[in-house]
Design a binder for this molecule. Structure first.
Ligand SMILES: [Zn+2]
Ligand SMILES: [Zn+2]
Length: 335
């Protein structure tokens, strides 16, 4: 498929669903990505953020490049913090890859020399072999190994790249990562992989997202969970406190009589959904802190308090853990 066709196919599917930079829209053939990379990612890979865009976009396999030998695809891992995932970021990646030779512009031929017809295949790019048997005549066709299928070979090699048309190099590539990505998501960058040999089509660069574990937050889909310690008086009397979120500190109201283990939901303080305007929540699990170092005066106060009838739990009193369905979910997350 020509580049023009790819572009047309891409435009046909559009990219309204993606809040991302231009770098995201260039891979027009999802099946190609899948086929080329399924062996690397195995069965458990996370899935391209392009899934939605290319629904129905099944195409035939990438046609063989007309010139040279195509470059291979590259995979690079990109670490992201939860803070970066919340906002989305532009990242600069240093990529070691084959790049087109500047001296010969990728042709592999010495300046001033032209290519000639490949003597092995007479310019056909393929070798036909005919064999006969009692069942009839068989023709097998293989790509010419002398010219790599191009049908032409160089007379004199470029000294910069020894005739390969490409040299080792390091390039800085900008990639816009949208908000809401998660571990295993990948971003295909069309033609940003290894340069091909003797002018062959470059491969693609696949950026694979790696989510770094957070010091205090645990991610659960688009929600984030925070374990919060409060004092016994705060739990009993209620208070307004500030808690950390992924986008700075935010106010949280602790109602009087809040039980240890209660989950408080801070709406929209989680992670933006990759494919919608929805944002997840921050779930705050309240834990009442039991002090371990007390002065004599503290102890006297507590002893006085403990005589009160209201301090004792009674049979039938409910803890925050009586909300079974929610607690089971939390247990799964924290275990
Ligand atoms: Zn060269
Ligand atoms: Zn040949």
């Amino acid at each position: 498929m020509s580049d023009a066709n790819k572009r047309q196919r891409y435009d046909q599917f559009g990219h309204d669903g993606l809040r991302a930079g231009a770098d995201f829209h260039t891979y027009a053939n999802f099946d190609d990505i899948f086929r080329h990379f399924s062996d690397i990612f195995g069965a458990g890979f996370g899935g391209s953020i392009f899934d939605d865009v290319f629904v129905g976009g099944r195409t035939s396999s990438r046609s063989r490049a007309q010139v040279g030998i195509p470059g291979s695809d590259l995979k690079i891992r990109l670490k992201m913090t939860l803070e970066e995932i919340v906002t989305g970021v532009e990242k600069k990646l240093k990529v070691k890859r084959w790049k087109t030779c500047d001296i010969c512009n990728g042709s592999g031929a010495k300046a001033g020399t032209a290519k000639t017809t490949c003597p092995a295949c007479n310019g056909n790019g393929e070798i036909r072999q005919v064999s006969r048997s009692v069942f009839g005549q068989f023709v097998s066709v293989t790509t010419c190994s002398n010219c790599g299928g191009e049908g032409r070979v160089i007379k004199e090699r470029c000294t910069g790249c020894n005739g390969e048309g490409r040299v080792h190099g390091e390039t800085t590539i900008k990639v816009n990562v949208p908000a809401g990505v998660s571990e295993g998501n990948y971003i295909p960058l069309h033609n940003q992989g290894n340069a091909g040999q003797r002018g062959g089509e470059p491969g693609d660069l696949i950026v694979v997202i790696e989510e770094e574990p957070h010091r205090i937050f645990t991610r659960d889909g688009d929600d984030v969970i925070l374990d919060l310690l409060i004092s016994y008086p705060q739990a009993v009397l209620g208070t307004d406190i500030e808690v950390p979120t992924l986008s700075g500190r935010a106010k949280l109201k602790i109602e009087p009589g809040t039980q240890s283990g209660k989950i408080l939901r801070m709406r929209g303080k989680g992670i933006p959904n990759l494919r919608s305007n929805y944002a997840g929540d921050q779930l705050v699990r309240v834990n009442v802190w039991i002090p371990t170092h007390l002065s004599k005066e503290d102890k006297e106060l507590l002893k006085g308090l403990s005589k009160s009838e209201n301090i004792q739990p009674h049979e039938g009193d409910k803890s925050a853990h009586s909300d079974k369905s929610f607690f089971e979910k939390m247990k799964d997350i924290f275990s």
